[in-house]
Design a protein around this ligand. Structure first.
Ligand code: URA
Length: 211
């Protein structure tokens, strides 16, 4: 399996285009982010195991299937913008357990500084962990988050973002080769402030209307 999966689907493209549009306000931006997070979760969970079970329909009995891992699915948003994706993930995996990591980018060094972390217990080899952040920019924050989550015992990790920069993808690949990256797009490059070009601007500001 490729380590960077660009999820291509007309609905994903359409919604992402609307999010990129500078005229899209916070209310719509948040709704689109939530919808896109659900759609991306569909793809990222495509290979979770299922087992056969018998089900009685109103008209008969058949062998159908169910997923086996629901309570073993973890979703870890990175503050601030990752918070905007949680509901979309939980809409499709209601039993996922949610951890939180707070990191900010030092504006001078662009390095990640942790200020909060609350991870669920039970992160271990049989758990599947989705780390969510709409933007994979320099990759420094993501690498630091992955370090932290692996230290807590997780081994099966996937990143879910919407827009990635080639620099961020390379940074994650350099430090965490085993981690799969799911994204809706890989854009051109970073600017001198670590923003993705053309990107969609500051995701946190657009979600929360802070600018
Ligand atoms: N974070 C954002 O919100 N946007 C970017 O372009 C890069 C990092």
């Amino acid at each position: 399996m490729e380590k960077v999966i660009i999820v291509k689907h007309p609905l994903i493209l359409h919604k992402l285009t609307r999010m990129r549009n500078r005229k899209t306000g916070s209310k719509d931006f948040r709704a689109l982010l939530k919808e896109l997070s659900s759609l991306m979760t569909f793809e990222i969970t495509r290979d979770i195991p299922t087992r056969k079970i018998k089900v009685e329909t109103p008209l008969g009995t058949m062998i159908s299937g169910e997923t086996v891992e629901h309570s073993n699915l973890f979703c870890i948003p990175i503050f601030r913008a990752g918070i905007g994706m949680v509901e979309g993930v939980l809409d499709v995996i209601p039993n996922a357990r949610v951890g939180h990591i707070g990191m900010y980018r030092d504006p001078e060094t662009l390095q990640a500084v942790k200020y909060y972390s609350k991870l669920p217990t039970g992160l271990s080899s049989d758990g599947r962990v989705l780390i969510i952040d709409p933007m994979l920019a320099t990759g420094h924050t993501m690498v630091a988050a992955l370090d932290l989550i692996k230290k807590a015992g997780a081994v099966n990790l996937r990143i879910m973002c919407l827009v990635a920069a080639p620099e961020g993808v390379a940074q994650v690949r350099k430090h965490h080769k085993d981690v799969l990256i799911y994204t809706a797009a890989v854009d051109e490059r970073l600017d001198e402030n670590g923003y993705i070009l053309p990107g969609l601007g500051d995701a946190g500001d657009r979600i929360f209307g802070t600018r």
